[in-house]
Design a protein around this ligand. Structure first.
Ligand SMILES: [Zn+2]
Ligand SMILES: [Zn+2]
Length: 443
């Protein structure tokens, strides 16, 4: 007997919420668990269930700068959501499962390269931590992340914006009509990773036909051409026609088809706030699709009662969007002869708004121009809450020797300053944090 296994892991975080009436509340996954049990899905021979685990801080800090330090944040539930995604990731990398679905919360895709607090319900980026763990420990080189949440996956984009080995795709409701207000076609990646980010903003009212059309005609050809070693689906379910936060028209069966088309190795739950009327059915359809079972009979109780755009209007819209995408141009501010070592750097002003707590991080991102790798990344961040100054230095996976040296030089020259400095040496899987009063902590 050799059944291809589909992994599943629940971490419903019953004791974590952003408030009793908040969409991201304790019981969000209860109905899903009941539905899956009721349908007998958990008894299918190919389903293999895994238990949650806590992610080590070293894995978090290799991917994200938590400032001023991780101890200053309440990370408990977030560390388990990320750790649980990692459990399935390892099971996949070790060949125990052919694919898997991490049904975890809190979500993660709005959490970026620097973390000063919670954004869009997210504090740690579950998928990004998972991806970089597999790259650091299992020799995975190229990864495609496809975000099917209705909100732009801006945190994931931020983390991989300068990384030519990660193809980061997000399709979402147009940022002019929905949080976080970004994700336009001209956001295509940094100077050494141009066109490794693909954003497809969609009009409110887009439904199954539209989503499947984009997948088949735009996203899947790009993924195929990129030939990744690993495909991750940031599986947000707030494109459903009953979701209270957005205005799309995807059905549970439509999500099943999205899953079947994507053929992701790992799906990690993101948003989805129609917790009784949609989430149980969508999760069921996704799981059935991953397990190679028929999902066409999964039908939610409600019917579409929202504005829908016609398919011909939709196709016209996409045609125009593709022209805009092709025409988008690079526009870098170049810093030469600056305090940054080894050559030419681009500087990108990058303020980040934290909606949960209502403040804006002041941020400037620098990346070293390089024809051989993703380039050293340097980020300067300031918190308006306490004025604390933070820096992140990243030597990227697959770095060339000059960029690696630039990272080390920068770290060496900055030690001793009155700021928090995180040094991510991704190729060596090594993380160090300098704090003025604490000295250096290794993770
Ligand atoms: Zn969302
Ligand atoms: Zn380089």
């Amino acid at each position: 007997m050799n059944i291809k296994q589909t992994g599943i892991l629940f971490f419903p975080a019953f004791d974590w919420s952003l408030g009793e009436t908040h969409p991201e509340r304790e019981e969000r996954l209860i109905y899903t668990q009941e539905q899956l049990a009721e349908e007998g899905v958990m008894d299918l021979p190919q389903i293999k269930q895994y238990a949650p685990a806590v992610v080590p801080l070293s894995d978090v800090m290799l991917t994200q700068g938590i400032f001023p330090n991780p101890q200053e944040h309440d990370l408990d539930a977030h560390l388990i959501a990320a750790g649980s995604s990692l459990v399935l990731g390892k099971a996949w990398a070790q060949g125990e499962i052919i694919n898997g679905f991490a049904l975890v919360r809190p979500p993660g895709h709005h959490s970026g390269a620097t973390v000063l607090g919670n954004r869009g319900f997210c504090t740690l980026n579950n998928e990004a931590i998972l991806v970089n763990h597999l790259r650091a420990n299992y020799g995975i080189k190229k990864v495609a992340i496809i975000d099917t949440d209705v909100h732009h996956g801006d945190g994931t984009q931020d983390i991989f914006y300068h990384d030519p080995n990660v193809l980061c795709i997000s399709m979402h409701q147009d940022g002019r009509t929905l949080f976080p207000g970004t994700g336009f076609v001209d956001e295509k990646g940094g100077p050494n990773a141009w066109d490794r980010t693909l954003n497809i903003p969609l009009q409110p009212g887009t439904g199954n036909e539209g989503f499947h059309y984009i997948l088949e005609n735009w996203i899947l050809p790009r993924v195929k051409e990129f030939a990744p070693d690993l495909i991750i689906n940031s599986a947000g379910q707030d494109n459903h026609f009953t979701d209270p936060l957005a205005s799309m028209n995807v059905t549970a069966e439509g999500y099943g088809k999205i899953t079947e088309l994507l053929q992701a190795d790992l799906a990690v739950l993101e948003g989805g706030y129609s917790i009784q009327g949609a989430l149980p059915y969508i999760n069921l359809a996704i799981l059935l699709a991953l397990a190679g079972e028929d999902y066409s009979n999964v039908v939610e109780p409600a019917h579409i009662n929202r504005f829908q755009i016609t398919f011909s209007d939709f196709k016209m819209y996409i045609k125009n969007l593709q022209i805009k995408h092709r025409q988008a141009k690079t526009d870098w501010i170049v810093q030469e002869g600056s305090r940054l070592p080894q050559g030419k750097w681009a500087v990108i002003p990058h303020p980040v708004y934290y909606d949960t707590e209502g403040f804006q991080e002041r941020r400037y991102d620098y990346v070293r121009f390089c024809n051989h790798c993703g380039g050293t990344v340097y980020i300067e961040s300031q918190s308006p809450l306490n004025g604390s100054k933070n820096s992140l230095i990243r030597i990227p996976f697959e770095a060339c020797s000059t960029c690696s040296q630039a990272g080390h030089d920068l770290w060496g020259s900055m030690l001793g300053q009155r700021r928090n400095i995180l040094f991510q040496d991704q190729p060596r899987n090594k993380v160090q944090l300098w704090q003025y009063h604490e000295g250096v902590t290794s993770y």
